[in-house]
Design a protein around this ligand. Sequence first.
Ligand code: KG4
Ligand code: ZN
Length: 357
Amino acid sequence: MKVLGIETSCDETAAAVVELGNANGGARLRSNIVASSMDLHKQYGGVVPEIAARSHIEAITPIIKQALAAANCDWPDIDAIAVTYGAGLGGSLLIGVLTARTLAIIKDKPLYACNHVEGHVYANFITSTTLPDYSMPPRQPKFPMLALIVSGGHTQLTLFRNHFDYELLGRTQDDAIGEAFDKVAKIIGLPYPGGPSVEKGGRAGDSRRFKLPKAKMPGYDFSFSGLKTAVLRLAQAEIGKDFSFPSHEIPSLLSDQQRIDIAASFTRVAIETVVDKTSRAYEEYQPKAVVIAGGVAASQELRRKLSEALPIAIEYPNFKLCTDNGAMIATLGAYKAMLGQPPADPYSLEIQPNLSM
Ligand code: KG4
Ligand code: ZN
C-alpha cells in the first residue's frame, strides 16, 4: 500500500510517499519533500507562528504535487492519506489538516490522523528507499522497543510493547532538550536553529572546562530549565558581569574559545542526562530494540554516547528523517492502515495543538 503523508506542525511544510508491503517488513521511502520557512524566522531567533502558517498556505499544494511526482505516483496509486493533527502550532496544523481532509474527500481516500511525536518514532520503521543519498537501517526495530524522543517540543522515554501499545516512562517537566539547545545558542551567540550550531560549535571545544549541573529528577522524568539558567549565569560570570546583565548583550563580549567551550560543556551534560536515563530504562525493561526520534536524534554526539552506553547495537534513522518530515507521518499512517486502526472522519477531524502520547 502507498500512503501520502502530510506534516505542517511547526515551520516545515512536508509531504512524502511511502510504501508498506506488510507490517513486518519496514516501509519503503519513495519521496520526501520538505520546504522550511526557517530562513524567515532566523531574524527573530525562533519560529513566529503567523509567518509559519502563512508559509504553509503558500507551500502546501506544490509540495504535495512534488511528493507525488517524485514518487512516480498519481492519485489512483495512493491508498491512504496520513496527516499530523497534533501536537504543534494551531495555525500551522490547521493548514495540513484542512488540506488532508479536503483531499481525502475529493480523492475518496481513507484519512489517518497522526500524532506528531509518535510519527517521529516511525522514522525508525523506514528501512529502504528508491531515492539516492539515504542510508537506512536494514530492518525494522523489534518489540518491546524503548524510544528516546528528543525534539524541540518533547523529551520523553516511551516503552512500546507493540504498535499502538505503549507506556510513557517519563518526560520533561519543563523545557525540552531541543529547546534548551536553541536557548543556549541564543545566550552564547550561535545561529538559529541552535541544536546543530551548538553541537557543531562544541565539537572543537573543551567539554570538561565548565561544570554544569545535571538535574536529579525522579524516575524517568527530565528537567532542562536549570541547565539553561546555569549556562546563562556561567556566560555572565565569564564576561565579568552579574546575573542582572542582559542576555542579549552577552554574545558580543564572549571570546570564541569561551563560546565553543560553553557549547561543548552544555552539549556533554545535556546528552549525558538523556543517555543516563535511557541506560537505566534499558536495564529495567530489557527491550529488544532502542530507537531515538526527533530533531535532537540528528546529534552525532547523542548517537556516539548512546552506542557506547548500551550493550545492544542501535540502528539510527537517516539524518534527514530526524527533523520534521512527511515520511515519518506517512509511515505511521501506513502501519495504522495495515494493522486495521480506524481512519478519521474527513468531515470532522479537528487539530489538537496540545496532543500528548
Ligand atoms: O523534531 P524537530 O524538527 O521539531 C520538533 O518537533 O520540535 O526538532 C527540532 C529540534 C530543535 O530544537 C533543534 O535545535 C534540534 O531539534 N536539533 C538538534 C540537532 N538538529 C536539530 N539538536 C542537537 N543536535 C543536532 N544535530
Ligand atoms: Zn518534530
